[in-house]
Ligand binder design. Sequence first.
Ligand code: GLU
Length: 338
Amino acid sequence: MHPSPAPRHRFALLAALVVAAVTLAACDNVPAAQTTAATPPLVVPAGAHIVHPSPPTASATSCGDPTQSIAPPATLPTPGAMPSGSYMAEIQARGYLRAGVDQSTYLWGYRDPVTGALSGFDIDMLRQVSQAIFGSPDRIRYTIVPNADRVQAVESGEVDIVAETMTINCEREKDVDFSSVYFEAGQQILVPSNSSITGPQDLGGKRVCATDGSTSLNNLVVPPVAPHVTIWAVANETDCLVMLQQGQVDAISTDNAILEGLAAQDPNTKIVGPTFTQEPYGMAISKAHPDFTSFVNGVLTNERADGTWAAIYNRWLGAATAGQPTPAPPVASYRAAS
Ligand code: GLU
């Protein structure tokens, strides 16, 4: 037989029973919905909406080869000694480069969660420009520019330059100049690991996500993509990933370069099918500053030649392309001098 508890313990036991009884009584009053396993609310990310994009316009290629840029100078000026009267001298006098970037595109323009610093391939491109102007890669003030505002940010003079996984095309080149090509991307598809979608021909009747203001949206309404895709446009790439994870879309379709980053953020996804477009990346610069575009092309020329481009490629895409050789940097092409 168990000995009965000492009086002090009896009181404690009674108090515990009272608490339990009150708790149980309280539970009785809780609406059933709060006591059963919760179904996650299927709220779409802010700003997500269904769009009906037009096909890529004929003017996307109407300017001839939009990747032809302004030739670089024979040699670059010494860092810290920009030629007077040049736009680079204006930037130098100001003390910092103003750059438009993304902050949520992993591997390209994102905040390093440990340091808080903006990091990625695009950011490194800008750091090279800062290095060439100031002799330091850190003299940059960043503005976070949504994809849909990239051209406007440059045109308005809000920033000196945009480096943001930006495809060079004639449409955009009407309003801004581009540097020579610093990366050759192409559109592909990301799906959950267990998806049966194998390529653009399987997207008919499916829900597919890409960012507002991206070429990716327009590319989804022409072959080889099957007709009748429901297209969701969102502000940021990561909004697409959230929608995929919540089962609100069946696939994300944008540049392979961006999908590599999303796949690294969620191992329960896979990239499928061929690359079905060409998305050459350039940095956008105002048409009012052709000397600066030429200068940036000089910086890129040096990066291609001295191994800096390859080091940056390996730094950001090395893990995603492990086992494959580092590709040669994109070949620059220039307009005939007028
Ligand atoms: N490269 C494409 C563009 O410039 C897609 C960019 C993106 O979705 O970030 O529109």
